[in-house]
Design a binder for this molecule. Structure first.
Ligand code: HEM
Length: 400
């Protein structure tokens, strides 16, 4: 790919104000695959077409998940804000297709050991404890104090960590996804904690997810399991929090989703599904790297080029949704979990659904008269090219 002097930036004021408008313009100007710049002018192809995203994820031999293939590593700044998403790690989840096929399957099996009832009960307790902290106050920030806390506290349970370790883990995993020096330290602490966990389960295996990986005859090394465990935490955190937060926003701002005990519960599933179509947590997924020169959507992709999967844009593709916002949201054909070999494993999707559904239901049960505490237009989104989630969600309710 040549230098993209005049390509569209997927960052900055204009993009963050209305990303959907930028995707529409890209589609008009370039069709289903558009040359873009990521933060710092780093070039990439944004795959905006529903069919093209499908094609890319279905053909991992042509479009690899392994960031070491990138032909632009030499221009990536050391402190690049997206580095955490492209850094090569010794995880099964980033391996090329043959290795991923066997090792990734073991990770999927491990996620399948998570019992839906146990996780649901654990999430209920987590949510009750969080709500106890603000219920007496009559107001709260549901993003900072609730949705952003729940998924990692739940995953700490899934990993069998002690209750007093969970807050530190939550803090470190959240920090490790951000920019700067502190993120490096937080990443190292988390990986070290995961390595200790692997040693603990090697010494005394149980029936849990970590033990499944440790005991598997495939013989993962300690570093490999620690890297997988870290990636799973990273995958679970903002995706699931933003899914829950965006659904709560929808329920609190759209009259169709009046939040009260009578109407609220039955519409939780609808709100969660609508979010996956309209405000999906992973807007752009970085990514895939071409294994050879190849044409995609009429564009000449060069070996080693980075492709960002434009999941949000693909979900809105007029080729599959000619009627825009209407229709479609009742089904599950969105690309929000991606697809294929590297797609979000089905058991992980189920864990995420259990966490989000339980989180919203417990809130509705405990604080049934929850109302938005600010004007809907005053809600702000985090300025991120990859994720779509609110910075905060202030609400009011009768103190309990
Ligand atoms: C408990 C929560 C979750 C867990 C444990 C989890 C786990 C994972 C794992 C392990 C992968 C890597 C799969 C592989 O390489 O084989 C993955 C990928 C992915 N997940 Fe999830 N996930 C969770 C929630 C979510 C949510 C809520 C979303 C979005 C709505 C999401 C979207 C994705 C996407 C887009 C990918 C990338 C797929 C690709 O590269 O094609 N995940 N997830």
């Amino acid at each position: 790919m040549g230098p993209h002097v005049s390509t569209t930036p997927l960052y900055g004021e204009r993009f963050h104000r209305d990303p959907a408008a930028v995707y529409r313009q890209l589609r008009r100007d370039h069709g289903p695959v558009a040359p873009v710049q990521l933060e710092g002018g780093v070039p990439a192809w944004c795959v905006l077409g529903y069919r093209e995203v499908h094609y890319v994820v279905r053909n991992p031999e042509l479009f690899s998940r392994d960031p070491r293939r990138w032909n632009r590593w030499h221009i990536v700044p050391e402190n690049w804000s997206l580095r955490a998403y492209v850094e090569p790690r010794p995880s099964a989840l980033l391996a090329d297709v043959d290795e991923h096929h066997t090792r990734g399957a073991v990770v999927r099996e491990a996620l399948d050991t998570v019992d839906a009832f146990e996780i649901s009960a654990a999430v209920e307790r987590i949510c009750d404890t969080l709500i106890d902290r603000f219920a007496g106050r009559g107001f709260a920030d549901l993003v900072v104090e609730y949705t952003h806390q729940i998924p990692l506290l739940a995953m700490a349970k899934v990993y069998g960590l002690a209750d007093d370790e969970a807050p530190m883990l939550t803090h470190d995993v959240a920090l490790s996804g951000q920019e700067g020096e502190e993120a490096v330290g937080a990443h190292e602490r988390t990986v070290a904690r995961m390595q200790r966990l692997v040693r603990e389960r090697r010494a005394r295996p149980t029936g849990d997810l970590v033990s499944h990986l440790v005991k598997h005859p495939i013989g993962f090394t300690e570093d490999e399991i620690a890297a997988d465990l870290f990636i799973i935490l990273g995958k679970a955190h903002l995706t699931t929090s933003d899914w829950m937060g965006n659904a709560l926003r929808l329920m609190l701002t759209e009259p169709r989703f009046a939040v009260d005990l009578a109407g609220g519960r039955s519409s939780v599933g609808h709100a969660l599904n609508e979010v996956l179509w309209e405000d999906t947590p992973i807007q752009n997924h970085v990514g895939r790297w071409a294994t050879q020169d190849v044409q995609l959507g009429g564009k000449p992709i060069r070996e080693g080029d980075l492709l960002a999967l434009g999941l949000a844009a693909a979900n809105a593709d007029p080729q599959v949704r000619p009627h825009g916002h209407e229709g479609a949201t009742g089904n599950h054909a969105h690309l929000s979990f991606s697809h294929g070999e590297y797609g979000c494993p089905y058991p992980a999707q189920e864990i995420a659904r259990t966490i989000t559904t339980t989180g919203i239901e417990v809130l509705l049960d405990r604080l049934p008269d929850t109302d938005l505490g600010v004007h809907p237009e005053d809600l702000t989104w985090r300025p991120s090219v990859l994720m779509r989630g609110l910075t905060s969600l202030p609400v009011t309710f009768s103190p309990h």
